[in-house]
Ligand binder design. Sequence first.
Ligand code: 5GP
Length: 172
Amino acid sequence: MIDRVLLSEERIQTRLDEVAREIDALYAGREIHAVGILKGSVFFLTDVLKRLRSTVVVDFLQVRSYSGTSSSGNIQLIRDLSMDIQGKDVLLFEDVVDTGLTLRKILDLFESRKPRSVRIAALLKKDLPENRDIPVEFLGFTIGPEFVIGYGLDLDEKYRNLPYVAIWDPSR
Ligand code: 5GP
């Protein structure tokens, strides 16, 4: 039911070289407190972090929002950070910004913890009016509204390990 490969492995990896250079340039030697949103961001996060020259600390949090191929709209924090982010330059890693609800919830949560800064790196952002206000400083690719799988993105926990991003079409 893979409709077509949207982003090849080579295209993703080439773009990540550029994203990593942009991140290093912006942080200019400051320590980066990388936070991966589990589970989808893991492949993107590790591939980017391996390319950085900056000093990096890594932490994770986990939220649950999707069931099947649609967002439930109800975001639950199911695993919190293991480290304090007060005074830190936090860089959040997200696989895909869809409605933006997940990032809005996490940005709200972090505000009270007084980080020095919070920025967002996302592999994908869907071109949708509802997520336009989400500031993604480091973006891999803008895509359409289709449901995608691969390179961290799942369908019922499967297909995350595909090295490319593909469009899922259940009618095929
Ligand atoms: P949002 O809260 O922005 O609507 O959705 C964010 C989360 O929903 C993503 O981190 C991802 O887990 C899931 N999601 C959104 N769109 C897709 C998609 O096209 N494919 C997959 N596999 N997950 C998606």
